[in-house]
Design a protein around this ligand. Structure first.
Ligand code: SF4
Ligand code: SF4
Length: 360
């Protein structure tokens, strides 16, 4: 595997108009101690990235539309040849914003939708009216010919809604629907008890496999559910399936389950470069070093790319190269990012054989 930066999420502000239960950056309307950086600094960061590669750059937050200069940042990246995207909760999208999205050359917008009804979505997002805002944004994007994808986050609170949200994403005309299993970090740490149980998680991945096989209109893939890559191989073999998986667009996934620090990373509002949006340790800071230097020389990134050094079941697993387990979940649960993925139920062949040898 070649370790090049293909997809970078960039927290251009930590301020947000919502207060979602699972928020990675514990955002709110004020982000004390984490001010927005200047436009001049934003341009310097984009110059730095573009001098090294041409990844997808997702302007994220917080809520990126709270920054008055968000479209200047996007335009600057577009002019450098970067593929600029925008991740929004949708509540601030208007006709005028749609015009600016198009003019700035933004290639894809991602929207968050965590319920198929206002009751469920607004509860998850801690904000009455959030559902109506997201649906309105999807309709405006459709009307304006802006490609959008829908990300849906799940816990026990809304796991029953999964098939309904998938159908709603299709109805709304999204290019893709990505089902995301919450990683407990930021405000998400408070909802550790709400995480979907490993057995249910496995069943959902099998449900997703069956759905993906028949899905022709919309791109689908569970995000940050690395063991899906194992489930696909197991199910395809067991059922003798030979269906062609379609290429994802502007997604973190595709090549392998967990890509943290391997093909993707996150730059937070303070300039820290993290392996992904849910991994709270920094590989370096772009105010001190170039992106290239951090990407190529950080010890943390080297560790994450060393699959042979993974521990526990992941370390013994025949699927480690296609899956790798969620390193952020391993860290959240055990404090060791090289430990086994705690939400995978699979026992690798090597371990099963060892057990058999001990018994005989
Ligand atoms: S560590 Fe990997 S699987 Fe986990 S949230 Fe990050 S990118 Fe996703
Ligand atoms: S044991 Fe680890 S590498 Fe193997 S399938 Fe589970 S999460 Fe993936």
């Amino acid at each position: 595997m070649e370790f090049e930066p293909k997809w970078i999420a960039w927290e251009i502000t930590r301020r947000c108009n919502l207060k979602c239960v699972h928020c990675r950056s514990s955002s709110g309307l004020e982000a004390k101690g984490h001010p927005d950086f200047t436009l001049a600094e934003a341009k310097r960061v984009l110059d730095d990235i573009a001098s090294y590669g041409k990844p997808v750059v997702v302007l994220s937050g917080g809520e990126p539309l709270l920054r008055a200069d968000v479209f200047e940042i996007a335009q600057y990246g577009t002019d450098l040849g970067l593929r600029m995207c925008l991740a929004t909760n949708g509540t601030l999208v208007t006709q005028e914003i749609c015009g600016k999205i198009k003019a700035a050359g933004i290639r894809m917008v991602s929207l968050s939708l965590d319920g198929a009804s206002a009751a469920v979505h607004d509860n998850f997002r801690n904000q009455p009216g959030a559902f109506a805002g997201t649906i309105n944004a999807a309709k405006l994007f459709k009307e304006n010919g802006i490609s959008f994808l829908i990300n849906s986050s799940f816990t026990k609170r809304n796991q029953e809604e999964i098939p309904k949200i998938y159908h709603l994403a299709k109805e709304l005309g999204a290019t893709a629907w990505y089902m995301f299993m919450i990683v407990p970090t930021g405000r998400g740490e408070d909802i550790m008890d709400e995480l979907i149980a490993p057995e249910d998680y496995e069943k959902l991945l099998v449900w997703h496999y069956e759905m993906e096989k028949g899905e022709k209109d919309i791109l689908v893939r569970p995000t940050c559910a690395p063991n899906y890559y194992r489930v696909v191989l197991q199910q395809a073999k067991a059922q003798g399936d030979d269906f062609e998986r379609r290429t994802l667009q502007f997604s973190t996934g595709g090549a392998k389950g967990c890509l943290a620090g391997q093909l993707i990373s996150l730059i937070d509002v303070d300039g820290n470069v993290l392996p992904c949006s849910y991994f709270p340790l920094a590989a370096g800071n772009i105010r001190e070093k170039s992106f290239k230097e951090i990407w190529e020389h950080s010890e943390l990134f080297h560790d994450l790319r060393n699959f042979k050094a993974y521990k526990g079941r992941c370390g013994s697993c025949e699927y480690v190269n296609v899956c790798g387990g969620c390193r952020a979940r391993a860290y959240a649960v055990s404090g060791d990012y090289m430990a086994e993925e705690p939400y995978c139920t699979y026992v690798p062949k090597k371990m099963k054989n060892e057990k058999l040898r001990v018994k005989s």
